[in-house]
Design a protein around this ligand. Structure first.
Ligand SMILES: Nc1ncnc2c1ncn2[C@@H]1O[C@H](COP(=O)(O)OP(=O)(O)OP(=O)(O)O)[C@@H](O)[C@H]1O
Length: 332
């Protein structure tokens, strides 16, 4: 449903994304995780057709990103979603449905369903007077007015309290269960591990880990064993009336067992500990990457790669759908 092949984005002499390749299957929830500046938003804006890649190809629902054909197929939630403050949730959503030329009856039904599903209160209150969580929910509802197959959400839970965050993530799960393909970005694996089918972790413009959460854990995590014995063994420390040693493999555990037996004692307990996802994230996303993100822009071969002067063109939350659909207002 989404195909990204060799995506590279250069701003001036700065490489924001180095050459990402990944696919997202229909109905999948795909997480793009990484610290500040990793290249998540750049990747997502490229998918939404708001930024033109310097190199590589990006396809959404079978058409190149930014192509008019993706107009009805795509719903984009930007990281910041300022809304028209004087409108109510209902009037705001109807306005966007009109831009997408959704017939009025269908639009009303869709809007009320989204607002019901999101448990949105105060539907007729000025958007300027509602909470941040509610504003985010309205922005999510806006991404659904054209009933798109693909949803691209930039940090959907940004700035939300834990309860609303959970709610939004569960809603994302429900959208995928209903057949939508969802790609979203987040800062940490904790938010995505419960909902994402697959994840890429980005650091300094590169994908540094990918796969299901289990695959990432298997490849990048560590398992350690705390072995409790009745007698001292190599590397052990007293722990109450026992001795505790920490080792990294089952072979080492068996060595300790042999030592304890030789000394007339025994192993009384073994506790296994796996790296938490947070630890893996801090490890792989915290490493400085080899090589600079600065390049000789001329060598990168693209005067068009230079757009450092305008980072915001065309990605306003208030851009009409045409701006996301036909490439109008795209960053070069
Ligand atoms: N228009 C632009 N001109 C120059 N540099 C840019 C532009 N847009 C983004 N960058 C730089 O590219 C890098 C990647 O930015 P991006 O917004 O994609 O990161 P991110 O992973 O989404 O970060 P965050 O989590 O803080 O939102 C950053 O160093 C950013 O400063």
């Amino acid at each position: 449903m989404i195909t990204v092949d060799g995506l590279r984005k250069v701003y001036g002499d700065f490489v924001a994304v180095h050459g990402s390749t990944f696919d997202v299957e229909p109905g999948e929830i795909f997480g793009v995780v990484g610290p500040n500046g990793a290249g998540k938003t750049t990747t997502l804006k490229t998918l939404a057709g708001l930024i033109e890649p310097t190199a590589g190809t990006v396809e959404v629902a079978g058409a190149p990103a930014g192509d008019p054909e993706t107009r009805t197929a795509l719903g984009f939630l930007p990281e910041e979603s300022p809304l028209y403050e004087d409108m109510t949730a209902r009037s705001y959503l109807r306005f966007f449905a009109d831009l997408y030329e959704v017939p009025r009856e269908t639009a009303n039904r869709r809007i009320e369903t989204a607002l019901d599903d999101l448990e949105l209160e105060h539907r007729d209150r000025r958007l300027g007077d509602v909470s941040k969580g509610m504003k985010r929910k309205v922005a999510i509802a806006r991404s659904l007015v054209n009933d798109p197959d693909v949803l691209i959400y930039d940090e959907p839970a940004s700035g939300l309290d834990p309860l609303t965050t959970n709610y939004v993530l569960e809603y994302v799960r429900a959208l995928a269960d209903a057949g939508k393909t969802v790609l979203f970005s987040a800062h940490n694996l904790y938010h995505v591990e419960s909902v994402c089918d697959r994840v890429v972790i980005m650091n300094e413009g590169r994908i540094v880990a990918r796969g299901t959460v289990e695959e990432i854990r298997a490849e990048h995590g560590e398992t350690s064993y705390r072995v409790f014995t009745t007698v001292p063994v190599e590397g052990s420390e007293p722990d109450g009336d026992r001795h505790r040693a920490v080792v990294g493999s089952m072979d080492a555990v068996e060595d300790l067992r042999a030592q304890a037996t030789d000394a007339g004692g025994e192993v009384v307990d073994i506790r296994t500990r796996e790296s938490t996802l947070e630890e893996i994230f801090l490890d792989v996303a915290g490493r400085p990457m080899a090589g600079s993100r600065r390049i000789d822009a001329a060598a990168d071969g693209a005067p068009g790669a230079t757009d450092a002067a305008d980072g915001e063109g065309g990605d306003s939350a208030e851009s009409p759908p045409e701006a996301t659909a036909d490439g109008g207002g795209r960053e070069p």
